[in-house]
Design a protein around this ligand. Sequence first.
Ligand code: ADP
Ligand code: GLC
Length: 516
Amino acid sequence: MHVLLASSEVTPYSKTGGLADVCSALPKALVRLGCKASIVTPFYKCVREYFEQTGEPLEDLYGVTLSAPVGRETKQAAVRKANLDGVDVYFIVHNDYFERDGLYNYRGVDHGDNCERFCFFSRCVLELIKRLNLDVDVVHANDWQTGLVPVYLDAVYKSRSRFDVTSDFGSVVRPSYDHDPGDAEIFDKIKSVLTIHNLRHQGRFWRGAMDITGLDWSYFTYDKMEFYGQLNLLKSGIVFSDAITTVSPRYAEEIQTEEFGEKLQGVLQLRAQSLRGILNGVDRDEWNPATDPMIAANYDVDTVDEGKPKCKDALQRALNLNPDPNVPLLGVVSRFDVQKGLDLIADVAAELVETQGVQFAILGSGDEELGRRFHLLSKRFPQSFAVRNEFSIALSHQIEAGSDMFLMPSRYEPCGLNQMYSLIYGTLPVVHDVGGLHDSVVNGSDENIASGVGNGFVFYWESADDMRQALAWALYCYRCRKDDWKKMMRAAMRKDHSWDVSARKYVELYEDLLKR
Ligand code: ADP
Ligand code: GLC
């Protein structure tokens, strides 16, 4: 089985969030399970820089040019190829679209041609299959940027569409394209999967952008690509793909409700039979305290008591915090975005520092107002509150290893990777009970600690008060129930978060589809 995964970001080449981590770890895990897996992704400026800096091999596929219509024009892309632990990675090269700063925006302003860029990219995914004659069984799209991959596959490349209807005269009514009959052999067998990593980001554009897609306006209806008068690329993908997944079982349920459905709950309910939630895993090559080269001391479940204090001390010194081993240190690594609920931390931080003597180590960037609030706190409590407003992979590992607890008060969280990294590093997460946080963190109640399953602290209402209460209990356990704390650390570190478990569930899904 050959799975081609299409994504707008892939670690280590380009990354704004967890999407990138998943889109490199999943195909690698598929290869370990005996599948063939390839990736297709844009060749951004940062990707070029990555290869220049690392000197890793990158092949130019000379003579391979992909042509794809964008509105009335036809644009062309070149293709480069690399290999990531047994996974072929194809880069779509188009300087006007991708050789610039920022994957989707620059200094907080979205690139004005995002619709064009990702329609073009999505079309190139299918052209790549055709041009290189890749024997693909499943094309796996991710988020709105590749939402049109299942649409083009169905509407342009297959000989029959899932929406073909027979007219009164018995013929198939379908908008006419320059359909190449030779395509059928390559494309008719291909199944499409769309994974939703974040329902809030939908790729919504002015209706006139329908012309850019090159698709017929008959597709601009409420049951296909239209959404409250706009073009919606994620919705289009949801409607056209053979299966839809999201990144945790709980989020798969949540997105069918008004509270979390972002106005797409109706279409998701309609497709409920084809929707499933598969919890992300963790790339254990990248995140493993026993081998991590970025942390001060390596440790595993048997040596955590010696290793972790060294990491904590190094982190406190690196951030100019008071290097006191007994002070509870709370870590955060996150985009500063309303999704992440970090305003709750800003609300309670001063009180926690003053009354409980805790320290904070915060890494992230995004919302400027939140950044300012954190900055003021760091001025007020220089030895207890540290914030770094940057993107630093090394510091993110050091915070995971050096903190005692990790805070994720997310309003919603499709999966969340950082709470799983925390568990692996024996750093107990304090989380809001949503999405993937619900599916991965077991509250440290007395019963759960006693039965050996408690591995963190959970609060159930999105409020500063509830978070404060959960933290009060966590701090009490940290200070007064040291044996229980160690038991929870071990429960956290022992749980299997590897991708192999999750990748197996994807393989089952692909196999189900191919049987149909
Ligand atoms: P999301 O994708 O919604 O941002 P996830 O928890 O799934 O949330 O993944 C976030 C990923 O991005 C993690 O790998 C995290 O370590 C990383 N990350 C977020 N902000 C930063 C930052 N400022 N520096 C380094 N890594 C970061
Ligand atoms: C999104 C979600 C996050 C998830 C990640 C990877 O960015 O916000 O919860 O872990 O995608 O699937």
